[in-house]
Design a protein around this ligand. Structure first.
Ligand code: PGA
Length: 264
């Protein structure tokens, strides 16, 4: 993909389904996964991943054979091993072939995960060789535009200690908290404006050439109805999809839209 614009090179879209703490049993998770697999075309111009609850990663990975779906994880701990009850290490995710690791989701930040912890997790993911999908986004918007400063702080905390050699595996997902699970997505103009803002900060730190290699996704009430506009006008490089990823036909339609955009 080599089309360029104010927001840089067009990327192969990346669509990640974040199942959060759903569904409630292994049986239901397997059924949902198979339905998603069947609903989507087996190939296309979009990279697709599903991040189920950690305990379902292994059985669903088996079901993902001969499909375009790679496995994602919703979170990870930054330490490598030892006395950390309840945590999952990167080596564990790697050993079951997880490709994408979401860190700093607002629902984790709401459980008191700080910018510093998110930064440690992002560093650990990148050091392990996996792809980090780091979520950033304001809780609310204000008329003075202070929310840009909020996003800037989240972003700078993460990029501070990331070596340039690892930037190719660093993805940001702009997810305004007010848009998550509310049915109120950000407008495509808002998404493009925030993407440019994020890219400017990244370019000041890493240099413009490297920034052009990075994807910036959008997340927050993405549906089959708004996906095309968020890609075309919003210039999102793909999506982190919550609620719609639990609906096989809706999720498959979002992927189809991203396929068409990626191919155009
Ligand atoms: P939503 O969630 O699509 O249900 O708004 C997005 C997310 O939390 O990543």
């Amino acid at each position: 993909m080599s089309k360029t614009s104010a927001v840089g090179k067009k990327h192969i879209p990346l669509v990640i389904g974040n199942w959060k703490m759903n569904p409630q049993t292994l049986e239901k998770a397997e059924t949902l996964f198979v339905q998603c697999k069947k609903a989507m075309s087996s190939t296309g111009a979009t990279v697709v991943s599903i991040a189920p609850p950690t305990i379902f990663i292994v059985p669903l990975k088996k079901l993902s054979q001969k499909s375009r779906v790679s496995m994602g994880a919703q979170d990870v701990f930054y330490e490598q091993a030892g006395a950390f009850t309840g945590m999952t290490a990167l080596s564990m995710l790697k050993s079951v072939e997880v490709a994408y690791v979401i860190v700093g989701h607002s629902e984790r930040r709401a459980l008191k995960e700080s910018n510093e912890v998110v930064a440690l997790k992002a560093q650990a993911v990148l050091a392990s060789g996996l792809i980090a999908v780091v979520c950033i986004g304001e809780k609310k918007r204000d008329a003075q535009g202070d929310y840009f400063g909020f996003v800037e702080d989240q972003l700078k905390a993460v990029i501070k200690n990331i070596p340039k050699s690892q930037v190719g595996r660093l993805v940001f997902a702009y997810e305004p908290v007010w848009a998550i699970g509310t049915g109120k997505h950000a407008t495509s103009e808002d998404v493009q404006e925030m993407k440019l803002f994020i890219q400017k900060i990244l370019a000041d730190h890493f240099g413009r050439n490297l920034v052009n290699k990075m994807r910036i996704l959008y997340g927050g009430s993405v549906t089959a109805d708004n996906a095309a506009e968020l890609l075309e006008t919003g210039k999102a490089d793909g999506f982190l999809v919550g609620g719609s990823s639990l609906k096989p036909l809706e999720f498959a339609t979002i992927i189809k839209i991203a396929d068409a955009y990626g191919k155009a």
